[in-house]
Design a protein around this ligand. Structure first.
Ligand SMILES: Nc1ncnc2c1ncn2[C@@H]1O[C@H](COP(=O)(O)OP(=O)(O)OP(=O)(O)O)[C@@H](O)[C@H]1O
Ligand SMILES: [Mg+2]
Length: 352
């Protein structure tokens, strides 16, 4: 009864199914690193995916098939990631014991740690081997994911003739991309702002010490613009992204951005305060923003001012090669923040 994490030597296509868009990344080995073979995204209809659940598998399946076709992707082996209310990630401190015994212990005691019925979840764990208290205790990362949600994804993907071999978690995939591209030793806050959720993951010396999902995201901005001017969703999205001229709505739109971004920044500051209260001697060195919401104009500067920390946009491609002829450099730059999770999944298979 564990998540279908299956070891594979060959590379998978990483699929990040968000509430706004599906993102796909395929890598191949190149020298002693990797290069990008295919990269792309496709927007999903409103409501097709919500809080990590697949509400409309047929439509999502169609969007993924078309994306694979457009990218000329023939790889059947894929990895995808889950997030939202259906997945719980928890670090627990336990007595050190061999893996087999640990598994037994976790199966027996899991209900203490997770708020779901144990029969209803796939459970996985990793001994972080922190060896605290003279090696007597250790931190263990527990992941519990609702079977019905994971099974919906598996069924949809298998229905497309794809072979899911990795089930990842958004926050872990992001961490994986970060470790591949950036210095691992820093204390850093990874913040993914998608359409409907913000994932905050604070890493201290390469280990996740604060992780939380907050139900805020860039769709909030679209909905507020929609309500303020009584528009349909597409028009409001166009105004938000600047692809439609704001005209006399400019001032009110700017106010919506300020109010909402202030709320996001407050949430981020709360997580940072929590981190600093437990790690006084290891101050954060920077914040790295990913997800489409990270591209909100002025957000990075505002966050830097409010937290007094350097803030940068996540670039998952720093250590990846790409053929200029095949993938346009401007395209890579523009999609970098929202491709971080798909890239992390695509990198995953190489590590296991
Ligand atoms: N320049 C921009 N300014 C503001 N918002 C943007 C910008 N570019 C993209 N977005 C928004 O980012 C969101 C998409 O980002 P992303 O692909 O990371 O979300 P998602 O993964 O589908 O959502 P989630 O992870 O929350 O389910 C959309 O709401 C889109 O409007
Ligand atoms: Mg996302």
């Amino acid at each position: 009864m564990s998540l279908p994490f299956i070891s594979k030597n060959d590379l998978v296509a990483g699929i990040d199914i968000g509430s706004h868009a599906v993102k796909v990344c395929q890598l191949k080995r190149s020298g002693n690193g990797y290069s990008i073979v295919a990269l792309g995204s496709a927007v999903l209809p409103e409501g097709a995916v919500d809080d990590g659940s697949l509400n409309d598998p047929e439509i999502v399946g169609e969007v993924i098939s078309n994306l694979f076709r457009n990218l000329k992707l023939s790889n059947k082996k894929i990895g995808f990631s889950i997030s939202g209310y259906s997945v719980i990630v928890k670090k627990v401190n336990l007595e050190s014991m061999p893996d087999a015994k640990l598994e037994e212990h976790i199966m027996e005691e899991a209900e203490q740690y997770i708020p779901f019925d144990i029969e209803d979840v796939y459970l996985d764990f990793q001994d972080l081997k922190t060896g605290t208290e003279g090696g007597e205790r250790t931190d263990v990362m527990l992941v519990a994911a609702k079977k019905e949600i994971v099974d919906d994804y598996l069924e949809m993907l298998e229905g497309l003739n794809l072979k899911p071999v990795i089930v990842d978690v958004d926050g872990f995939a992001l961490e994986n991309t970060y470790e591949y591209n950036y210095q691992k030793t820093q204390n850093v806050g990874l913040i993914d702002i998608g359409a409907s959720k913000m994932n905050i993951n604070i890493l201290s010396n390469g280990t996740s010490v604060v992780a939380r999902d907050i139900i805020v995201g860039s769709r909030q901005l679209t909905e507020q613009i929609q309500n303020a001017f009584d528009l349909d969703f597409e028009e409001a999205e166009g105004l938000k992204l600047g692809s439609l001229p704001a005209g006399d709505k400019q001032q009110e739109i700017a106010e919506i951005f300020t109010t909402t971004c202030t709320q996001w920044v407050l949430e981020i500051k709360k997580a940072i305060d929590l981190y600093h209260s437990n790690h006084e001697d290891q101050p954060l060195t920077k914040l790295v923003l990913s997800g489409g919401g990270a591209k909100v104009n002025g957000l990075a500067d505002f966050l830097a001012r409010e937290t007094e920390l350097p803030v940068e946009l996540f670039n998952p491609f720093i250590n990846l090669r790409s053929k200029k002829k095949k993938i346009d450099a401007d395209y890579l730059d523009s999609v970098a923040p929202e491709m971080a999770i798909a890239t992390g999944i695509a990198l995953r298979s190489s590590n296991i």
